[in-house]
Structures are given as structure tokens and as C-alpha cells.
Design a binder for this molecule. Structure first.
Ligand code: SAH
Length: 231
């Protein structure tokens, strides 16, 4: 599969080093094995995982800047997009967060096996993790976790003033209903990036959201409130 990862990343014009390719294929192998005994991804075939998880995560490299060093991925699940990117960018620091302990246990296994020194994990929920991590990150990532207005409340408080949030979305349906959340969190959508996956040609969207001011300490609200009563 190493060759296939190389081919598909070439199709989206992303250069990958030999070391990164080795690490990605080891990660893929561990994921496919673990997925037999625990539900990490509904996509079971290797080629599907490469395109819909690995390549989809690597699309972010077209938007991430050199000077973005401290990166948080909330609700990373089996490591998408955060662990793929941590492998791609050994010089950047990543915090991968998921409240499901067995998913994080899998991430820890991969991190140990690949000897990654730039990744930390947490099983706290966003609403609790914020306590020691307010305004600490240059960049926030989040794929497939919740509606945009909910993930805005989760992630914007973690970002430094002037920092960016790059959520991945399948369409723009949630944009209009997120206006209030953007306003309350002093953030704005700067740009909308559209890409296509290399095999299925499915569209993928990355929103570029900038945080303009310090976030009021009342956000995120208590555990469960952001999802039950979205801004
Ligand atoms: N980002 C991955 C997984 C998406 S599934 C991917 O795209 O494949 C969503 C994940 O978000 C779940 O594993 C769930 O446990 C986690 N999650 C949802 N709300 C969360 C919260 N408030 N804090 C931490 N993790 C959360």
C-alpha cells in the first residue's frame, strides 16, 4: 500500500518523504488490524481508507502554514486528520483529543510504535480540556465531530488571537446557521477551499476561520451544553 499512498498523494500534488510514507503505511496496517476487533472506521478496504482518511487529511497540507507550530485536533477518532498530519509534519506539535478512551489507546499504540515525539493525546472532553489550554494553539482542526456552530464553541477558545481554525466539511449547509456563533466568538470565515478526492472525485471543503479577539471565558459552556443548546 505504500506505493498507493504515494500515487494518490501525487494526484493531489502533495509531496511525501520516504520516511513519512513508511510511517503512514505502518499506521494503515495497525488501523486495519485494530479495526477487525474494534470499530475505528466504517471504511474497511485499504484503498478506501487511504483515499477517504489519509488523502483527505493530507488535503490540509495545502492550507496549513509553516509558522503554525502548535496544533490541536478535537474528536480525532482513529487519528483523522491529526495523526496523519503529525506524521507528515514531524517538526510541528500536535495534541490529539478524543473522549473515547479506547480510540485514544489505539492512537497511543501507533505513536509508540512509530516513535513519534511530536504528538500528545488526551481523553478529556473539549469543555474540560480548555481549563489548562485556553488560547494556546496556533491552529485548530476538527473533522466529522458535530455541526459547525458546535465545533466553533469547542475550538475557538483553544486558539491564540489571530490563529486559525480549519474545519473540514462535506458541504456549506451549516454556514448560515453559524453566524451567531461566529459573532459571539469574534471569529470570521476568511476563505472557503474546495478540493476533490483523487479516486471518487468527491468534493471536500476546508473552511478558513480566523479568530480576531480574545474569547470570553464563558465559552465553551459546561460539558454537554454546546451540543444541546448550540449558539
Ligand atoms: N475526526 C475523526 C472522528 C470523527 S467521529 C474522523 O473524521 O474520522 C467524532 C469523534 O469526536 C468521536 O470519536 C467522539 O468521541 C469525539 N468527540 C465528540 N465530541 C467531543 C468532545 N466534546 N470532546 C472530545 N471528543 C469529542
Amino acid at each position: 500500500m505504500k506505493k498507493r499512498i504515494k500515487e494518490l498523494s501525487k494526484m493531489i500534488n502533495v509531496e511525501i518523504s520516504e520516511e513519512t510514507l513508511d510511517n503512514l503505511s505502518k499506521y494503515l496496517k495497525m488501523l486495519v488490524e485494530k479495526n477487525k476487533v474494534m470499530n475505528l472506521t466504517a471504511i474497511r478496504d485499504e484503498e478506501g481508507i487511504v483515499e477517504k482518511h489519509f488523502i483527505d487529511s493530507l488535503l490540509l497540507t495545502k492550507v496549513i502554514n509553516n509558522d503554525e507550530e502548535h496544533i490541536i485536533d478535537l474528536g480525532t477518532g482513529a487519528g483523522f486528520p491529526g495523526l496523519v498530519l503529525a506524521i507528515y509534519y514531524p517538526e510541528k506539535n500536535f495534541l490529539l483529543v478524543d473522549s473515547v478512551k479506547k480510540k485514544v489507546a489505539f492512537l497511543d499504540e501507533v505513536i509508540q510504535e512509530l516513535n513519534l515525539k511530536n504528538v500528545k493525546t488526551s481523553t478529556l472532553r473539549a469543555e474540560e480540556l480548555i481549563k489548562n489550554n485556553r488560547e494556546k494553539f496556533d491552529l485548530a482542526l476538527c473533522r466529522g465531530v458535530a455541526n459547525l456552530r458546535i465545533i466553533l464553541e469547542y475550538l475557538i477558545p483553544f486558539i491564540k488571537i489571530g490563529g486559525r481554525f480549519l474545519p473540514q466539511k462535506l458541504n456549506l449547509n451549516e454556514l448560515e446557521e453559524s453566524e451567531n456563533a461566529l459573532k459571539l466568538l469574534s471569529s470570521e470565515v476568511k476563505k472557503i477551499y474546495k478540493f476533490n478526492l483523487p479516486l471518487s472525485n468527491d468534493e471536500r471543503i476546508i473552511l478558513e476561520i480566523i479568530k480576531n479577539k480574545k474569547t470570553n471565558n464563558i465559552y465553551p459552556r459546561m460539558v454537554g451544553v454546546p451540543s444541546k443548546k448550540p449558539l
